[in-house]
Write a protein that binds this ligand. Structure first.
Ligand SMILES: NC(=O)c1ccc[n+]([C@@H]2O[C@H](COP(=O)([O-])OP(=O)(O)OC[C@H]3O[C@@H](n4cnc5c(N)ncnc54)[C@H](O)[C@@H]3O)[C@@H](O)[C@H]2O)c1
Length: 443
C-alpha cells in the first residue's frame, strides 16, 4: 500500500485523494481549513461533484482515506506528497502564489524522511525549480525531497471520471528514477505518459487551457457573424467539426468560459508573455471576446424590453459555470445577474446545485425551487447553464405560466423552431438563421 499525502483538499485535491485511495493507496489529506476538515471527517463532502460523495464514503470506511489539519500527522511516513492548493489570479493576472509558498514552508518544516513532492496546482513556469531551491536551503538542505510536476487536466462536473481515465499523464521531473516512481503510481489509469522537465510540464498545462479557451472564443466570434448574416452557428460548428483536423471539442457557442481554471490560466499565460516582452494579442482577444459573450444577454433584454426593463422579472435557468458542479467562480450567470439588477430588473434564479452559494454572493437574487417556480410570472427566461434537466423541460407548460414569453438560450439547448411554435420570442446565441426563418425578420 503506497502512502500518499495530499495538501489542499478542494475541487482538485479531494478528487485526487479519493481516487488514489480507491486505487488501493493509503491517503491522508491535509488542509488548513478547519471547517472543511471537520466536515470531511464527519462524512460530509463540502463540494458537489458527481460520484465524489460515494467515493469519499467508501474509502473513509475502508480506512484508506483520512483528513487532518496537522501537517506533521498528515505527512508522517508518506512516500508522495501531492500539492493541490489554490492559485487564484491577482489583479494583474499573475497567479497568487502565497498558498503554494505557505504550503511548501509547512511541508519543509514537517518532513524529515525521503519523499517525492508532486505539484498538481497550476503554477507559473519556473515554480518547480523555485520549490527545489526552497527545499534545498535551510533546515531541509541535503534532505531527500525530490520535486516533480504532474499538472492536472480534470474538469469539474466529470472530475472523478477525468482523474481515473485521463487522456495523458504529464510528468515533469529532472530525475528519471523519480519520474518512473510517479509514473508507477499512475499506471492503473492506463494513459500515455509524457515525460519531460519541470518547466515544460508547467507550460503544457497553461498552453492546453489557453488553447481550449481560444476555441470557445473563436466559435463565439463566428456566432456573432452568424447573427449578423442570418446563419445558424450550430450548423457552422457541425460543418467545421466533421473535419478531422478540427474535431468537435470546445466548439459550442454560448455565454463563454468561466470557472476557476480557464480564465485564470489564460490571464497567467498573458502575464507570462508580457513579462518576456512577447506580443499578447492572442490571449487579449480571447479574453475580450469572452467578456462580450456574457454581455449578449443584457443586449438582448435591452433590445426586446426597451424602456420596460425597470421592474421586469428575469429568470435565470442555471447559475453554475457549467453543468455538474456547484462552482460559481467566474460563472457568466453571476455577472449577468449583477448587470440585470443594475438595470433595474428583478432577477430570479434556479440551479440544481449552486443556488445556495449564489445567494451568498447575490443577496437580492430571488431563489426558485424549480423551473416552474422560476417561470411563473417571468418576463424573460435565460438559459445560462446547460444542465441536462433543462433539455427536457415541458416548455409548453413554461410558456403558459410566463408573463411575457421571451426565451434567451445562452447555451444552445433549445430548438428555435419548436420554441417559436410554442409562442416564445426566441433568441439563441448565433442562431441568426433561426430568427430570420421563424418570423420573417429578427424577432
Ligand atoms: N478545480 C479544477 O477543476 C482544477 C483542475 C485542474 C487544476 N486545478 C488547479 O488546482 C489548484 C487547486 O484548485 P481547486 O479548484 O482545487 O482550489 P480550491 O480552492 O477548491 O481548493 C484549494 C484548497 O487548498 C487549501 N489550502 C490553501 N492553502 C493551504 C495550505 N497552506 N495548506 C493546506 N491547504 C491549503 C484550501 O483550504 C482549499 O481547501 C489550482 O492551482 C487550480 O488551478 C484545478
Amino acid at each position: 500500500m503506497v502512502r500518499i499525502s495530499v495538501v489542499g483538499t478542494g475541487y482538485l485535491g479531494l478528487v485526487a485523494a479519493a481516487c488514489f485511495a480507491d486505487l488501493g493507496n493509503r491517503v491522508v489529506c491535509v488542509d488548513i481549513d478547519e471547517a472543511k476538515v471537520a466536515s470531511l471527517k464527519s462524512g460530509k463532502v463540502p463540494i458537489w461533484e458527481p460520484g465524489l460523495q460515494e467515493l469519499v464514503a467508501r474509502n473513509t470506511a475502508a480506512e484508506r482515506l483520512f483528513f487532518t489539519t496537522d501537517y506533521r500527522e498528515g505527512l508522517a511516513g508518506s512516500q508522495f506528497i501531492f500539492l493541490c492548493v489554490d492559485t487564484p489570479p491577482l489583479d494583474d493576472g499573475r497567479p497568487d502564489m502565497r498558498r503554494v509558498e505557505a504550503a511548501v514552508t509547512s511541508i519543509a518544516a514537517s518532513v524529515t524522511h525521503q519523499v517525492v513532492l508532486v505539484n498538481k496546482s497550476t503554477v507559473p513556469v519556473g515554480t518547480g525549480e523555485w520549490v527545489e531551491e526552497r527545499l534545498a536551503s535551510g533546515k531541509l538542505a541535503g534532505s531527500p525531497v525530490s520535486v516533480a510536476s504532474c499538472p492536472e487536466f480534470l474538469r469539474e462536473g466529470s472530475a472523478v471520471q477525468d482523474f481515473m481515465y485521463p487522456d495523458r499523464i504529464v510528468i515533469g521531473c529532472p530525475l528519471p528514477d523519480v519520474a518512473h516512481r510517479v509514473a508507477e503510481l499512475h499506471k492503473p489509469m492506463a494513459a500515455p505518459f509524457v515525460f519531460t522537465d519541470l518547466r515544460t510540464a508547467e507550460l503544457i498545462k497553461f498552453a492546453s487551457n489557453a488553447y481550449l479557451a481560444t476555441r470557445i472564443s473563436f466559435i463565439n466570434h463566428i456566432a456573432r457573424l452568424c447573427e449578423a448574416t442570418g446563419v445558424d452557428v450550430q450548423e457552422v460548428a457541425r460543418g467545421m467539426a466533421l473535419d478531422s483536423r478540427i474535431g468537435d471539442g470546445f466548439l459550442s457557442p454560448g455565454l463563454g468560459f468561466g470557472g476557476s481554471c480557464i480564465p485564470k490560466d489564460l490571464q497567467a499565460l498573458r502575464h507570462l508573455g508580457r513579462s518576456y516582452g512577447i506580443d499578447t494579442a492572442l490571449p487579449d482577444a480571447v479574453l475580450s471576446i469572452n467578456r462580450s459573450a456574457r454581455a449578449w444577454v443584457l443586449e438582448q433584454v435591452q433590445e426586446l424590453l426597451g424602456n420596460c426593463m425597470r421592474g421586469a422579472e428575469i429568470g435565470l435557468l442555471g447559475l453554475a459555470f457549467k453543468p455538474g458542479t456547484d462552482d460559481l467562480r467566474e460563472a457568466p450567470a453571476i455577472d449577468i445577474a449583477r448587470e440585470l439588477q443594475r438595470a433595474g430588473c428583478t432577477v430570479k434564479a434556479y440551479d440544481p446545485a449552486a443556488l445556495n452559494k449564489a445567494l451568498a454572493l447575490l443577496p437580492d437574487l430571488v431563489p426558485a425551487r424549480n423551473a416552474w417556480e422560476l417561470a411563473e410570472g417571468a418576463d424573460v427566461l435565460v438559459i445560462c447553464t446547460e444542465w441536462n434537466e433543462f433539455r427536457h423541460l415541458d416548455m409548453k407548460r413554461i410558456a403558459s405560466i410566463m408573463r411575457r414569453r421571451i426565451l434567451l438560450d445562452g447555451r444552445g439547448v433549445c430548438d428555435p423552431a419548436a420554441m417559436r411554435k410554442l409562442g416564445f420570442v426566441f433568441r439563441g446565441i448565433g442562431r441568426g438563421q433561426a430568427w430570420e426563418r421563424g418570423s420573417g425578420q429578427r424577432a
